[in-house]
Design a protein around this ligand. Structure first.
Ligand SMILES: *Cc1c(COP(=O)(O)O)cnc(C)c1O
Length: 441
């Protein structure tokens, strides 16, 4: 402790040297950075020992707590044999084993796994692969992508093109193209007497109209199944995905499910699309894939797509790569994560955990300032009425004072905790959310 640099010094050095993501740096003149010295389970600790319950899983990546002993052990073991090797022309057990297990988790429907490093690169790969597939089939005119109103798929240029969240897109809109936005099935859009499934059907009609209008030019529709997270946790009925699948099939269009945020048990099923009883042509995975340890993403796809690239001609191949594609350490972290899912029957445990936390949150759900309290699997969200423009920042600060890491989006507060909260921690979280809410203007 004694020779640890003081927090103040660390913050100054960080502000001088590090350009922090998703941040107006000038705001840090009044809003201090939070220094983190270590993590343990759901807790983050600062150098002075102050603790914060990581109720948003460090931007939705952490599944089984920080410094999880089982994932740590797997990584230590992997470090002793192979840290990295290029995956073009070479292979290794962790990459193969992980591809096999991910495929098995789709019932073998998506049997080919293309690796990358971040979520955005998985989106890029799915978009490029879809277009290239149609090109290989003699339909190069299929260059249009459809995305949902409020959709978020990452912030590199291709991913941003299919992202419809103003704060991320506005400055770069002139650099993006070939995209059409279709209506969101956001259940909050329900008119009086309408169900979430009705909203889903209405949104699907909007999708059908665009598919008709763009006849023959659309390569793929990209969707965040069940929960559009970054736009403010808009949830929708699985009916939308079922109808979207039918419409895509009818019009010869790929369905890309971006499960970067909602995969790995987050919505209650292992993959969110399972709740619609259907499969996509491309499945994008990242975030929870490595348990929140290392950057890793994957795009899973079908034999049909894979076969369209399998040829003597190099130009028909998918010539895309990232230097760290299939990194062995990241793959081992992912395998250890899947081991925990199996060994602990995590989906069943989460059902009980989610029931408990939902019960604990009843006073929040019925709070007079709350609108649209919603929940699916291990995600909870609600909108706060009459929120001031700087509500999100002030809620964040007030929550920190109550030992909670929460980071609202606009006036939407959400909880996306790691899958390790026990009963006392569920109560702690719900009570402190309630108190933060009570004290915020
Ligand atoms: C976070 C996210 C991405 C982007 O992932 P990065 O690793 O941040 O590039 C893409 N799609 C969805 C749905 C996400 O939530």
């Amino acid at each position: 402790m004694s020779n640890a640099p003081s927090s103040a010094d660390l913050l100054d050095r960080s502000l001088a040297a590090v350009w922090h993501p998703c941040t107006q740096m000038k705001h840090h003149e009044t809003l201090p950075l939070v220094p983190v010295a270590r993590g343990e389970g759901p807790w983050l600790y600062d150098p002075q020992g102050r603790r914060y319950l990581d109720a948003i899983s460090s931007w939705w990546v952490n599944l089984f707590g920080h410094c999880n002993p089982r994932i740590n052990a797997a990584l230590r073991d992997q470090l002793e044999s192979l840290e990295h090797v290029m995956l073009a022309g070479f292979t290794h057990e962790p990459a193969v084993r992980l591809a096999e297990r991910l495929s098995a988790l789709t019932g073998g429907a998506l049997g080919h796994c293309f690796y990358a490093s971040d979520g955005a690169s998985a989106t890029e790969i799915a978009l490029k692969m879809s277009h290239h597939y149609w090109r290989n089939l003699g339909q190069p005119e299929k260059t249009v992508f459809l995305c949902l109103e409020g959709g978020y798929h990452g912030e590199t240029l291709g991913a941003l093109s299919v992202t419809d969240v103003a704060i991320f897109r506005d400055a770069y809109a002139p650099l993006t193209r070939n995209v059409r936005t279709v209506p969101t099935p956001d259940a909050r859009r329900a008119a009086a007497g309408e169900s979430a499934a009705d909203v889903a059907r209405r949104a699907a009609q909007g999708l059908a109209a665009v598919l008709e209008a763009e006849q023959g030019r659309v390569a793929a529709l990209i969707v965040e199944p069940l929960v559009q997270c970054a736009t403010g946790f808009a949830m929708h009925d699985p009916e939308y995905l079922r109808l979207a699948r039918q419409l895509c099939d009818r019009h010869g269009v790929h369905l890309i499910c971006d499960e970067i945020a909602v995969g790995f048990g987050r919505t209650g099923s292992f993959f969110a699309h399972e709740q619609a009883g259907t499969r996509p042509d491309f499945l994008c995975l990242s975030k929870g894939i490595s348990g929140g340890y290392l950057p890793l993403s994957a795009v899973l796809t079908t034999d049909r797509v894979y076969d369209a690239f399998y040829d003597d001609a190099g130009s028909r191949a998918f010539l895309h790569s990232h230097s760290y594609t299939g990194n062995p350490l990241a793959c081992r972290a992912a395998l250890a994560t899947l081991d925990i899912f199996e060994a602990d029957d995590v989906l069943a445990a989460n059902r009980a955990r989610a029931d408990l936390l939902t019960r604990c949150l009843a006073p929040v759900a019925t709070h007079p300032r709350i609108r649209h309290f919603r929940h699916r699997g291990m995600i909870w969200a609600f909108d706060v009425a009459d929120a001031a423009p700087d509500f999100a920042r002030r809620f964040f600060v007030q929550a920190l004072e109550r030992e909670l890491l929460l980071r609202p989006i606009g006036n939407t507060v959400y909880l996306m905790p790691p899958y390790v909260l026990d009963e006392p921690l569920c109560r702690f979280l719900a009570e402190r959310v309630f108190h933060t809410l009570e004290n915020i203007v």
